[in-house]
Design a binder for this molecule. Structure first.
Ligand code: ZN
Ligand code: ZN
Length: 329
């Protein structure tokens, strides 16, 4: 099969490799759509930290069942399916405390084992979720960032009737707008690029602007979500919290970034400052949410390439109008 294979940091080829064989309790998935994100970019630039090579990247995908190993039941060839790329052990302290995303023995498709920038991928069957028949696989592959958003909202206690400001109109920020609007929250988007702001308004944002001062709306919010990973956005966001406000960090900043905040106001206004990392257990909820969200989400996929065009896909991610870039194996 064809696969993108990293042989080292920054060193990749389109390779012909043997298709993986599903082991016991594993599902073999024919990949129909596979997204690339900042994590892949960090792997490509050698900025991810320790990885072992060769490695097939790709962790945001949807496809169809192509086979299974011993012990797997309930699937038919051709069933539409996605799988949480995060492989957790279920036994460590964090798994037992309901935080499988923080698993002490965490592994992940496309990061610590071969992923979905390939024609086929094997996954532990327990991490697979069926997708609705007829769901476009490209939209289906948005289940990974959508799951991240649902986990963030779970962490942050996002609910209807609250005001919310979202910094960053990439895939995470725009999916957050869509979910917040569906919940009945009053969501606003801060994003420098006009096309992404337009998408935010289409997805239900009450307002969108390049900065809070340009926004026709409130200046303080019940919920502040950073989905930009930009230090300036985090600094601005921390100054925008109402009493009992929650600041939710989803954007990935440089590991050495530091940010001042007011411990006095944290106490006096009863703020909460919360982080949200990855998916946790939200794939099934995201698959269900796709039922109502899917028709509005297709427009988030701005660039689609053949698997052979991985270079072009990485380059497209840097363009101002890119939201979600995907490859078709
Ligand atoms: Zn990702
Ligand atoms: Zn664990």
């Amino acid at each position: 099969m064809r696969a993108i294979r990293f042989d080292g940091p920054g060193d990749w080829v389109l390779a012909e490799v043997p298709a993986p064989e599903p082991g016991p309790d594993e599902l073999l998935i024919k990949v129909e759509a596979s997204g690339v994100c900042g994590t892949d970019l960090r792997i490509a630039t050698g900025d991810y930290g320790h990885l072992s090579f060769p490695l097939v990247p790709g962790h945001e995908f949807a496809g169809t069942v192509a086979g299974w190993g011993e012990g797997v039941e309930g699937y038919a060839v051709g069933d539409p399916v996605a799988a949480d790329p995060n492989i957790w052990c279920g036994r460590c302290e964090w798994c037992r405390r309901g935080a499988p995303n923080l698993c002490a023995h965490w592994e992940a498709l496309g990061i610590t084992r071969d992923g979905a920038l390939a024609e086929y991928v094997t996954v532990p069957a327990r991490l697979a979720v069926p997708l609705a028949a007829g769901l476009d696989p490209a939209t289906g592959a948005l289940i990974e960032p959508l799951s991240c958003v649902l986990h963030g909202f779970d962490r942050g206690g996002v609910e209807g009737g609250r005001s919310m400001i979202i910094y960053g109109g990439g895939a995470i920020g725009l999916l957050a707008v869509a979910v917040a609007a569906d919940l009945g929250a009053e969501a606003y988007l801060i994003e420098p690029h006009a096309r992404r702001r337009e998408r935010g308004l289409e997805l239900g944002a009450r307002g969108a602007a390049g900065s809070v001062t340009e926004l026709a709306g409130p200046a303080q919010f019940d919920l502040v979500l950073d989905a930009s990973g930009a230090p300036a956005a985090v600094a601005d966001g921390l100054s925008r919290l109402r009493k009992r406000g929650t600041f939710l960090q989803m954007g990935v900043l440089p590991t050495g970034a530091e940010q001042a905040y007011s411990p006095y106001h944290l106490y006096e206004k009863e703020w909460r400052i919360i982080g949200s990392n990855s998916v946790a257990d939200q794939y099934p909820a995201a698959a269900a949410a796709m039922g109502t969200l899917a028709p509005r989400l297709r427009g988030l996929i701005t660039h689609e390439f053949d698997l052979a065009d991985f270079d072009a896909a990485l380059a497209a991610m840097a363009s101002a109008d890119a939201i979600k870039v995907q490859l078709r194996p």
